[in-house]
Design a protein around this ligand. Structure first.
Ligand code: GAL
Ligand code: ZN
Length: 742
């Protein structure tokens, strides 16, 4: 078997060498373990700071991230820098074997700055300037904000840019939001002019003749606003792109200031879960390492559901650079900003930390090491809580994880190899969700991506989650749910992929508009109707609770290897018992038609009507006036396969359909055998070794005898029972890779 090696852990290996270069060889390969630490809140209590260090050592914490909210302590008055306390902390920690990821403090400006220079404060979309307060309340365009941040960063870099204790720069904190101030408006106009060159080109791209919105000069351009223009889709889309560009430009400005002082350490920005206001592709380009903050909602149903949702985010973050990344924040116990602050069941913290490692993270980090005493996060979970001792349930689990991570050092830097990918694209989402139709009550893009992702995971595969800007060549299967917006050339990319032998699954509501959200004229999905052998004719939006279904088309049973069903069109064989299929379904939807349930797969929300030319119809609609018309098709094109799914089918459909496709494409699972519904299997590879993670995300013991581990395995973690996984239990094993590495 040939393995495709796509991802490499180069960067983290460099980091290892760097740490090693400081004479700390035994620490060379450590997985980073620790979290956000805010000693500035405790400077008046030195005994607490002392204790913190002792506790961190006890918990095997080897890295903290500091400084993200320290501006007021680092520059209490304009131009008066006070960095001694930070240096003392950094060095004290270092003497105790704890490294620092040092943050620039631009995520929250000090009060004096906003008072002296009101231009640094944000203006809302309704054109109201905010007053001082909160965190993300500053303008990324403001020359004054840039100057002050640049100066601060240079001061920090002068002092710590070559410091052996500082292993990385954490630039700002969770960049996000947008500003509509006059400075931003001006920058937007310049950005538009650079992009379009002439006003005529802008008018064409945005279809401004509609409702008399033509521009006669760039000076007339304004950001979208609820008190003005918010329905000109070309504008709303470009504004979001501009916000990303401006944020990335700000990040580059911050990093340039650090580099001016010759920092020797790599940089990162911490990204957020499924964050929709920025295109992270662009932010990732600014830094050396991607990191992110993970805060799932657990225990609100089957935990495999949030576990797979997190898994998809981990894979998305890894794929931003196709390199190991860092889990920068996660909560050691209960959160305080979710609807309900739920305690993590014993073992879950370990499972979710190990899941990060399984997906390519080289760290497990928490927010926060010590719980703050006051203000908005005083009840946010922490390694050390207000009680202040180590004899707590949470501390003990944190410590146990620290001990486990020390035994997994060889995994650091290992790659994740995936033969399949899901395209999950934020620009596409922006355009689609602003589109007005075909279902303003919800298009469920995230859910659609999750269905493909979940189906792949249930087959026991590693999955890459990529934007459409990324390369797809080299994968065996690629799923592109709802790829409404095609960037220039996307259709050629897909055509080439399929012609060359790939299997591509495209769904309803794809290839509808171009890069500026103008509808493609002629047949759609744009540029691909010959590849898929069909064209979209119409799309039907379904009311909440309304259902249709997919039933096997005539002759399709043979193709799908269901010969026994040939006479009985779409019978219950294709529908599994309730259980596995239902775990990942959206909450609160009832089956409207029980009888229908056993005859096919339910679909909801959107049903597209197709005109099929030369594709093989696999499923047809079960009801409505388009009953019997094609709903799922496949066509051999070139050396590959082009599949089209025209309706928002339930998870069970994707599970079965992808299982069939994966069989056809000979995509190999990480482990042979049946994966229980509660279990996730993933792997990383380094050299000739593969590290396989089998994780139970449920509060029940799970029988894993159906999985074939092979003979030649070494158990690194979870020694003992390979037949049963305890509640939230994991097994991590090591085996030699078969086949060749290319
Ligand atoms: C993150 C943020 C942290 C902390 C945490 C609480 O989004 O970066 O500073 O506020 O949330 O969950
Ligand atoms: Zn602004």
């Amino acid at each position: 078997m040939l393995f495709f090696v796509r991802n490499c852990g180069f960067f983290m290996r460099e980091l290892s060498v760097k740490i090693g270069g400081n004479g700390k060889n035994m620490r060379r390969k450590k997985i980073l373990y620790g979290g956000d630490y805010n000693p500035e809140q405790w400077l008046k209590e030195p005994e607490i700071l002392e204790k913190d260090i002792a506790y961190m050592k006890e918990a095997r914490i080897n890295t903290v991230s500091m400084g993200m909210f320290s501006w007021a302590m680092l520059e209490p008055e304009e131009g008066q820098y006070r960095m001694g306390w930070l240096e003392e902390r950094i060095e004290q920690l270092y003497r105790n074997g704890i490294f620092t990821i040092l943050s620039t403090p631009s995520g929250a400006r000090p009060r004096w700055l906003a008072q002296a220079y009101p231009e640094v404060l944000r203006v809302r979309e309704d054109r109201v300037r905010q007053i001082f307060g909160e965190r993300h309340n500053h303008c990324y365009t403001s020359p004054m904000y840039r100057e002050k941040v640049g100066r601060m960063n240079r001061e920090l870099a002068k002092r710590f840019g070559k410091h052996p204790a500082v292993v990385m720069w954490h630039v700002s904190n969770e960049y996000g939001g947008e500003c509509h101030c006059p400075l931003c408006q001006e920058a937007f106009r310049e950005w538009l002019e650079r992009k379009y060159g002439t006003v005529e080109a802008l008018n064409d791209a945005w279809c401004t003749t509609f409702w008399s919105r033509r521009y006669s000069s760039f000076a007339q351009a304004e950001s979208p606003s609820s008190i003005g223009e918010w329905e000109l889709h070309g504008l709303t889309l470009d504004w979001k792109r501009f916000v990303t560009a401006q944020t990335a430009d700000f990040a580059r400005h911050e990093i340039a200031a650090l580099k001016e002082e010759g920092i020797t350490q790599p940089t990162t920005v911490n990204l957020m879960y499924d964050y929709q206001q920025l295109n992270y592709d662009e932010l990732a380009k600014c830094v050396d390492v991607v990191s992110w903050d993970s805060y799932p909602v657990w225990h609100e149903g089957e935990d495999i559901v949030p576990a797979l949702d997190q898994a998809m985010q981990h894979d998305y973050m890894r794929c931003l650079k196709h390199k190991p990344y860092l889990l920068m924040e996660s909560c050691p116990s209960s959160l305080n900003w979710q609807r309900v602050s739920k305690l993590k069941r014993p073992g879950l913290l370990t499972a979710s930390g190990l899941q990060a490692i399984a997906h390519g993270s080289d760290s497990v980090m928490y927010f926060q090491i010590r719980q703050s005493r006051g203000a908005s996060e005083k009840f946010h979970g922490a390694v050390i809580d207000h009680y202040g001792g180590t004899d707590t349930r949470v501390f003990q689990e944190v410590k146990a994880i620290g001990e486990v991570l020390e035994t997994l050092e060889e995994i650091k830097g290992a790659a994740v190899k995936a033969d399949v990918a899901v395209i999950y694209d934020v620009e596409n989402r922006w355009a689609m969700e602003d589109a007005q139709g075909p279902r303003n009550d919800g298009l469920f893009y995230h859910e659609a991506a999750m269905k493909s992702y979940t189906a792949f995971k249930r087959l026991g595969l590693n999955v890459d989650v990529i934007s459409q800007a990324q390369e797809i060549e080299g994968y065996r299967m690629v799923a592109a749910p709802m790829l409404y917006l095609f960037r220039d050339g996307m259709e050629e990319k897909i055509r080439h992929f399929v012609a060359g032998g790939g299997c591509f699954v495209l769904t309803y509501w794809s290839g509808v508009v171009d890069e500026t959200d103008r509808c493609f004229l002629g047949k759609t999905p744009h540029g691909l109707t010959d590849v898929f052998g069909l064209r979209r004719a119409e799309i039907d939006g379904l009311y909440d609770g309304e259902v249709n279904g997919l039933v096997l088309a005539k002759d399709a049973a043979k193709i799908l290897g269901k010969d026994d069903l040939a006479e009985e069109n779409g019978r219950d064989d294709l529908v599994r018992e309730k259980g596995k299929g239902d775990l990942a379904e959206e909450k609160g939807t009832a089956f409207a038609d029980r009888d229908f349930r056993v005859k096919g797969y339910e679909c909801r929300n959107l049903c597209e009507l197709l005109e099929v030319e030369d594709a093989q119809v696999l499923f047809t609609y079960a009801s409505a006036f388009y009953q019997g018309s094609p709903a799922v098709t496949v066509k051999a094109f070139g050396k590959g396969k082009a599949c089209y799914v025209a309706a928002d089918a339930k998870q069970r459909f994707y599970d079965d359909f992808y299982a069939w496709l994966a069989g056809q494409e000979e995509v190999c699972p990480i482990l042979e055998g049946e994966i229980p519904a509660e279990v996730e299997v993933s792997s990383r590879t380094a050299g000739e070794w593969e590290y396989v993670f089998v994780q139970n995300f449920s509060d029940r013991e799970v029988d894993i005898r159906g999985l074939n581990f092979g003979d030649d395995i070494e158990i690194l973690y979870g020694r003992g029972d390979l037949e049963r996984l305890q509640a939230y239990g994991s097994v991590i094993m090591k085996r030699k890779m078969e086949g060749e590495i290319s």
